[in-house]
Ligand binder design. Sequence first.
Ligand SMILES: Cc1cc2nc3c(=O)[nH]c(=O)nc-3n(C[C@H](O)[C@H](O)[C@H](O)COP(=O)(O)OP(=O)(O)OC[C@H]3O[C@@H](n4cnc5c(N)ncnc54)[C@H](O)[C@@H]3O)c2cc1C
Ligand SMILES: COc1ccc2c(c1)CN(c1nc(C(=O)N(C)c3cc(Cl)c(F)cc3C(=O)O)c(Cl)s1)C2
Length: 472
Amino acid sequence: TMEEQSDRSSKRKVVAVVGGGLVGALNACFFAKRGFDVEVFESREDIRQAKVVKGRSINLALSHRGRQALKHVGMEEKIVSKGIPMHARMIHSLSGKQSPIPYGKKGQFILSVDRANLNKELLTEAETYSNTKLNFDHKLQDWNAETGLMTFVRCDGSKQQIEADLIVGCDGAFSAIRKQFLRRSRFNYSQTYIPHGYMELTMPPINGEFAMKPNYLHIWPRNTFMMIALPNLDKTFTCTLFMPFEEFEKITTGDEVIEFFQKYFPDAIPLIGVDALKKDYFRLPGQAMVSVKCSPYHIGNKCVLMGDAAHAVVPFYGQGMNAGFEDCIVLDEIMDKFNDDFSAVLPEYTRVRVPDDHAIADLAMYNYIEMRAHVNSKWFLFRKYVDNFLHLLMPKKIIPLYTMVTFTRTRYHKAVERWHWQDKVINRSLMLSATGAALGGSYLLIKNPPDINKLIIPAEKMWNRLLALRTA
Ligand SMILES: Cc1cc2nc3c(=O)[nH]c(=O)nc-3n(C[C@H](O)[C@H](O)[C@H](O)COP(=O)(O)OP(=O)(O)OC[C@H]3O[C@@H](n4cnc5c(N)ncnc54)[C@H](O)[C@@H]3O)c2cc1C
Ligand SMILES: COc1ccc2c(c1)CN(c1nc(C(=O)N(C)c3cc(Cl)c(F)cc3C(=O)O)c(Cl)s1)C2
């Protein structure tokens, strides 16, 4: 049993990782690499043995933070080689016009990776460590924060009691481990379901080739509605449609689906296919998206929450998994600093990581509200041009927020502070140049006044055009 095991090799502490998803599987590698006895407990069956059901290939954007974590356990190369680089966004306008906006310089790209494959590769890597054991069909039902005793239930209804020196809660947004935290005083918790849902649709290849240019993150920004598409190795795209639940509920027949796409994403209809669209759309209902923030992440020297169990974020920054993977590096660095002493490591992890995970949760929610409010293709293009122009003008001074988030390991809360500071600088310099122009202009006007009426119209037209960008 676990007791015997921990008695026998008393020097080797037992770490129980609850949840064998993306973060749990990666964490198992991190802890095994440090020489702990690692036991992973996953409620589902081993996804590597499930018959290859031609299900939907769900994909995710992997960026710098996540790659650094994979690199730490020697997995970066293996995962990157099976990812598809996306060097730019491809903005689809209502008229079907496609405009690329690069993510940055040549080498700056993000990767579209298959979620199921990533999970399988990480589980297999964890298993290569002799001091790691994977336990599938083990659903955590309850655990005791004082004794560290966990109760798992199997699908045949039997129960198993297991204890460990450290419990790492990686059991996702609806974490059972976190339930115990909720019963304790001074535990802060907030969760927000947003009114939008998401639905995945598949865009098949056309004549064996990608239906659209593959090395792009395709976006159809339509204020209230949005669709994005990421490429897969099998030359399909997985499209994610974001729409308020009340809109999902209005569409009940295949024809209404086509009517809706005709209105908002006309160019996507021939690419997905009318029949496929009518069928795919009713495969599953719109899925909910929740944002969870909590603190502290630990209890004593016994338990720590990581990944979505600690911070579920809305996906409007493509950072959820990247942040959860970065959690693993941060904890590992603190373990080095405090020599694996959990009573010092866990409080320090909460102190260091809570501000950053809360910052990315806020950023993602802010971007959701921003995209929903007034981001259509013109405004998206305009904003990114301004970002990139200012960055070109003052590369050291102005770094676009998404660059700090996606291509650096700048602490998330520092990136937000810098973004606010830069916004002030930009607004001030815009004000300065505007007043400068106004003063200079008015001086010239006084000196030789032109026929003012001829001026008003173009200025007003230009201003209205600018505003129209936001609402068109
Ligand atoms: C639409 C959408 C798009 C996204 N796009 C991106 C993206 O582009 N880039 C990105 O970085 N992130 C993205 N994310 C976020 C990403 O999916 C999550 O952040 C990531 O999956 C979190 O990993 P996790 O291991 O913490 O949790 P999960 O992946 O949810 O894994 C939790 C695991 O715990 C298991 N479990 C649950 N309860 C129990 C229990 N009681 N006992 C035992 N096991 C249990 C589950 O079976 C599961 O295997 C997206 C999310 C959504 C919804
Ligand atoms: C699989 O499901 C999903 C769902 C949502 C996302 C992803 C995968 C991947 N996502 C990325 N977002 C950024 C980003 O920084 N921003 C600000 C953006 C935010 C939105 Cl919402 C958007 F549509 C484009 C960009 C953009 O800049 O391209 C990246 Cl960089 S990658 C969002």
